[in-house]
Design a binder for this molecule. Structure first.
Ligand code: SAH
Length: 254
């Protein structure tokens, strides 16, 4: 059996201090680092370590490459932003294993969690995910519009707080607008809505608005969109800003 192994690692939302100690350790120990180029660029170059940067759209190919390197005896880190299990590489690696070379099943594969964007955004705002929430990705072409519409409508009707990853679709630029149309058909106009851009990175910007006033075209590739439940509220701060939170008990404070 090969001595190679794969560590699937979440680097957190951006800065090094939001990466876990475990993630840092396995990335340093790796001989090969495989991932989408902007994530690899965040890591310091280490002597003797090989970096395999790729385009974002070739997840399965990237996963297979990592598996082959490990089968050859290498210690490989597969890196994702945020958490590797949230709309990221961990699922791609297991899909490749399920479909591919049976020898890949003999490898040690370990997943190391990271701080997902929704958690970094929530922490910045206060506690908007303090009660039940639903999380959707609007990534290009990974599911049909009918399924997106069913899930958005069901989650809105069930009054979940909702977090949207990948809101800016290149091939479907109207998608986020269509999603907002659905949300406006179900949720109240005053529902708290947040566009959180590049949280914890240089250029961070947070726009807090309401569902009625929201302009979904401000969303870009580094935006997470958060839409509150009917319970999500603002607490005014002494400095003129506000905290946003969703109470721990549904209906208790009404
Ligand atoms: N695995 C990642 C998500 C990958 S999908 C995670 O757990 O965070 C990429 C999407 O994540 C982006 O389109 C954006 O919606 C969101 N995202 C990633 N980093 C972000 C950040 N620093 N601020 C706001 N949104 C971010």
């Amino acid at each position: 059996m090969s001595a190679g192994r794969i560590d699937i690692v979440g680097l957190g939302p951006g800065p090094h201090d939001l990466m876990t100690f475990a993630a840092d350790a396995v990335v340093r120990a790796a001989r090969d680092v495989v991932g989408y180029a902007p994530y690899i660029d965040r890591l310091p170059a280490l002597p003797g370590q090989m970096r395999h940067a790729s385009d974002n759209r070739v997840e399965l190919e990237r996963a297979r490459r990592a598996l082959d390197l490990a089968l050859g005896g290498a210690r490989v880190a597969v890196v994702s932003g945020g958490d590797p299990g949230v709309f990221a590489m961990a699922a791609a690696v297991f899909e490749a294993v399920e479909q591919g070379d049976p020898r890949w099943r003999t490898l040690d594969i370990e997943v190391h969690p990271g701080v997902s964007a929704m958690l970094a955004v929530a922490a910045r705002l206060g506690a908007p995910l303090g009660h039940d929430f639903a999380v959707l990705s609007l990534s290009d072409n990974l599911k049909p519009w009918d399924m997106i519409a069913r899930r958005v409508t069901a989650a809105a009707e069930a009054d979940f707080v909702m977090a949207f990853y990948n809101p800016a679709s290149k091939t479907r630029p109207h998608l986020i607008h269509d999603v907002f149309k659905l949300l406006r058909g179900v949720k109240a106009p005053e529902t708290i809505t947040v566009f959180a851009h590049a949280v914890s990175r240089p250029g961070e910007r947070i726009d807090v608005t309401t569902l009625a006033d929201a302009d979904p075209s401000v969303a870009n590739m580094s935006t997470l969109v958060l839409v509150g439940s009917s319970e999500t509220r603002r607490v005014a701060r002494g400095n003129g800003g506000c905290w946003i939170y969703s109470p721990r008990s549904y209906g208790a404070l009404r």
